[in-house]
Design a protein around this ligand. Structure first.
Ligand code: PEP
Length: 246
């Protein structure tokens, strides 16, 4: 299957910086052999939709509401994202679980809302350092994914999963390719038990993936792409990662 390299810009950018970043990435892309997306702050969806129109890069949101619409101040509905050409919605990023109290059940609902509007959720799962040291990694990621499987049933083969060990996000510490592959294999087995089509689900690795380590991570059999934070803001690094996903 084609790999997916998805950038997560987090709360970074400006009208001027976004325009330069997207134009420079597009100028540096030859014929990419993988799928590419950028997850931009909601305020810039319209701008980035216009900048990416007709290009090989898809637009992603960094979140989506668990509600369909109505009195939910500050929330953005999946249907609204769809109007701006959003193809992927990151859901359950550890920063949202940590700072916004998102539970496994809420994340599962967010994935459901996205799927209901034809948006592919990129469901993030991952353990903290304390959980890894306590030997709980497999249990934690399986619990997080089980909620999404439970809520989304037969649609499960339409999701993307990102394994993002919390201790590796933005820290410069990366899981070794073997560590990441081991968890990806656990997630793949769980998905295969839920759906006969689970072999086509993309499993991304995220957590300090960069130009230097991307190739070895992406060479693992169950690593089908990357969710890239910091390195997605650096043109050359992002292009190198895209090249490594060929
Ligand atoms: C992320 O935010 O999803 C991420 C993986 O960040 P970083 O690449 O900076 O660790």
């Amino acid at each position: 299957m084609k790999k997916l390299i998805a950038g997560n810009w987090k709360m970074n950018g400006s009208l001027a910086a976004n325009e330069k970043l997207i134009k420079d990435i597009l100028a540096g892309l030859a014929q990419p052999a993988c799928q590419i997306a950028v997850g931009v702050p909601s305020a810039y969806l319209a701008q980035c939709q216009a900048l990416l129109a007709g290009s090989v890069i898809d637009l992603a949101s960094q979140d989506v509401s668990a509600f369909e619409g109505g009195a939910y101040t500050g929330e953005i509905a999946a249907a609204m994202l769809k109007e701006f050409g959003v193809r992927y919605a990151i859901v359950g990023h550890s920063e949202r679980r940590q700072y916004h109290g998102e539970t496994d059940a809420v994340v599962a609902l967010k994935a459901q809302r996205a799927l209901g509007c034809g948006i592919t959720p990129i469901v993030c799962v991952g353990e903290t350092l304390a959980e890894r040291e306590a030997g709980q990694t497999d249990d934690v990621v399986k619990r997080q994914l089980a909620a999404v499987i439970h809520t989304n049933g037969h649609c499960i083969s339409e999701i993307v999963v990102a394994y993002e060990p919390v201790w590796a996000i933005g820290t410069g510490k990366t899981a070794t390719p073997e560590m990441a592959q081991q968890v990806h294999a656990v997630l793949r087995a769980q998905l295969l038990a839920a759906s006969e089509h689970a072999d086509r689900i993309k499993l991304l690795y995220g957590g300090s993936m960069n130009a230097a380590n991307a190739a070895s991570l992406l060479a693992q059999p169950d690593i089908n792409g990357g969710l890239i934070g910091g390195a997605a803001l650096k043109v050359q690094d992002f292009l190198t990662i895209v090249g490594a996903a060929a």
